[in-house]
Design a protein around this ligand. Sequence first.
Ligand SMILES: N[C@@H](CCC[C@H](N)C(=O)O)C(=O)O
Length: 269
Amino acid sequence: MKVKFTKMHGAGNDYIYVNTLRYPIADPRRAAIEWSRPHTGIGSDGLVLIGASSVADFSMRIFNADGSEAMMCGNASRCIGKYLYERGLTDKTEIRLETLSGVKTLHLHVSPQRQVDAVTVDMGVPTLIRRVELGAGYPFGEGIALSMGNPHLVIFVDDAESVDLPGVGPLLEHHPLFPHRVNVEFAQVTGDAEIRMRVWERGSGITQACGTGACATAVAAAFTHRSPRRSAVRMDGGTLLIHWSEADGTVRMTGPAVSVFDGEISLPG
Ligand SMILES: N[C@@H](CCC[C@H](N)C(=O)O)C(=O)O
């Protein structure tokens, strides 16, 4: 059976999107692994399934390139907003999306031509924010750990460009403090409300951007008084605007969503 998919990206974090209302995927882990491969598959950071929901307007499931299922994805949630609206699956500009880390609200920024140029996502309240000592044998002394629905470790550095991501990323992803592994962000405060960040994602490795990672970075910077609660996080593939609300503790993330191409592929045989 052929499955229609759309390749989309949010700040360069690229996923394969499948509308499972039309194309159910029986083994998404395997599809994520095979389709994400750059040379023999489509090439992506993972697979995102858009589905029905009994508690929200739609649902999202996200699988990393290694087939592991994640609880939340910031960049994919923005892309789903664009996908749903521009393909006429909804005419709402506020969409409730069920995820494994709860229901998130997407606020679409729609142009007069009815294109979704950007999306703001209510990412929820960050939890479990704490300083962690990484211990002997690790190249960095401490970090800030927190959950944005999924686990993050933010490490502040003087020069984000000089971090050896392929060398230290896997080591920290598997740090014993995080039995379910962790997404790792290396952050450098570059201005009053501006942070440069490079990411090593759990299950996908180096990606051009991570939405939950940008939120985690901005929260960690505000938590440690390095930045105000509203900041811009600049990653390899683009910049996201993050606001950790003083009023309700929610993190709001704003950024782009881009469709790259549509295609058709066979289910892994
Ligand atoms: N790229 C994502 C996060 C994807 C999931 C992550 N790798 C995990 O395993 O938690 C984002 O934009 O948030």
